[in-house]
Design a protein around this ligand. Structure first.
Ligand code: TXA
Ligand code: MG
Length: 362
């Protein structure tokens, strides 16, 4: 159970940032309270990393299982030593930080002794990143402590990318919400475990793993997120095993072997839908700008995720659209698949999770 709090909502930016509102949030962090703050990926639900009581409140507010650890957010590389055991950090890790921070890339590294096990869910590693958002950076800097924060959604829901999502999920559960409008990427950070050699991708995110590989000049292991891993007995990242982003409406991902013949692909989707419709089901199709016209004439709702030529747009629209599915009063939603390159890997990971791995290859 969570306590009912009197949540204050302050508008900070994106254009004009009122420092006094951030100062109010800093007081809350210092007093062991909870602050929702914007990042360049999604909104975060933050507390003082070193205040055990405050950390426990994060799990209560989200309804998050205690075995799913949090990401620690820092505002400068000087803060790294407060959370990471620097003995084990090698030169190529610093090179990655220099290139990608501040930005949507999270590293798993050995933890510093003083990081409470409540933050790491009992692990000897920490997840750490420096967000590229002026409000987040100012909040961390003035709080003079690294801020531990998961995404600011109720557990199981898509991460919040718009202030109204944060307000819907977190009103009465946190002390302050810093509203800075829509977030830039709309999808969470990429997580790479650097405690392993070769490093391993734990969550595809806003930075394509290929870009990180190029800089590291080393292969990064990309697990097969499509199958198995969600049910693995001991997932590499605890977050992998939970159903996520899921609408109540059943969702099916219709995947192709190859997306070069879109016309042929959509014909198969239409065939698949016609079988479903014969049982009288109301259907929603999540399509792309390139294919939406091919569904004309079909008696079904069609929503456009964005253009296949602009996966950034699709990634950004994904969570708001997943959140809206249940409001449309359909019996079933089907979504087109995307090629798993660059942000396509991230998009497919979120879609498959949202569907509860309800995947059909057509
Ligand atoms: O973009 C983001 O990463 C956002 C913003 C707020 O920074 N945060 C976010 O946090 O998405 P969250 O809690 O929703 O996801 C954190 C993920 C979880 O899947 C968790 O299992 C994993 O990071 N994680 C955290 N610490 C870990 C560790 N020590 N080892 C392996 N996985 C870890
Ligand atoms: Mg999350």
């Amino acid at each position: 159970m969570h306590r009912i709090l009197n949540t204050k909502v302050f508008k900070v930016g994106p254009d004009h940032i009122e420092i006094r509102f951030i100062e109010e949030a800093v007081k809350v962090i210092r007093d062991g309270g909870l602050v929702v703050f914007p990042t360049e990926t999604v909104y975060g639900l933050g507390a003082d990393t070193f205040n055990r009581g405050a950390i426990v409140k994060i799990f209560e507010a989200k309804g998050r299982p205690l075995d799913n650890p949090l990401i620690i957010h820092i505002a400068s590389t000087d803060q790294l030593e407060e959370v990471v055991d620097l003995k084990f950090v090698k030169l190529d890790v610093y090179r990655l930080m220099e290139k990608f921070w501040p930005g949507p890339l999270t590293f798993i590294l050995p933890k510093a002794q003083h990081v409470p096990y409540e933050v790491t869910a009992g692990k000897n590693t920490v997840a750490v990143r420096m967000p590229a958002h002026p409000v987040a950076l100012k909040l961390i800097e003035l709080s003079r402590t690294p801020i531990a924060a998961p995404s600011a959604n109720l557990s199981g829901k898509p991460s919040p990318t718009l202030p109204e999502h944060v307000i819907k999920d977190m009103m009465g559960r946190v002390d302050v919400i810093l509203d800075s409008g829509e977030t830039l990427y709309g999808v969470e950070s990429t997580i790479i475990d650097l405690t392993r050699d070769p490093p391993i991708l734990l969550r595809p995110g806003a930075v394509p793993v290929e870009e990180v590989e190029k800089y590291l000049q080393k292969k990064i292991v990309v697990p097969d997120f499509a199958r198995g891993i969600a049910e693995a007995p001991e997932p590499l990242s605890p977050g992998m095993k939970y159903r996520h982003y899921a609408p109540n409406t059943p969702l099916i991902v219709l995947e192709a072997e190859d997306y070069s013949n879109l016309q042929g692909y959509v014909e198969k989707i239409l065939e698949y839908i016609s079988v479903l419709k014969s049982s009288g089901k109301k259907i929603l199709v999540l399509a792309s700008r390139e294919t939406e016209n091919l569904y004309r004439g079909l008696d079904a709702n069609v929503l456009v995720l964005g253009s296949r030529k602009n996966l950034f747009e699709i990634a950004k629209n994904l969570f708001p659209i997943l959140r809206s599915i249940d409001e449309l009063g359909v019996d079933l939603a089907v979504v087109e698949g995307f090629e798993e390159r660059g942000l396509g890997l991230t998009i497919m990971n979120r879609l498959r999770k949202a569907s509860g791995y309800n995947i059909v290859k057509i």
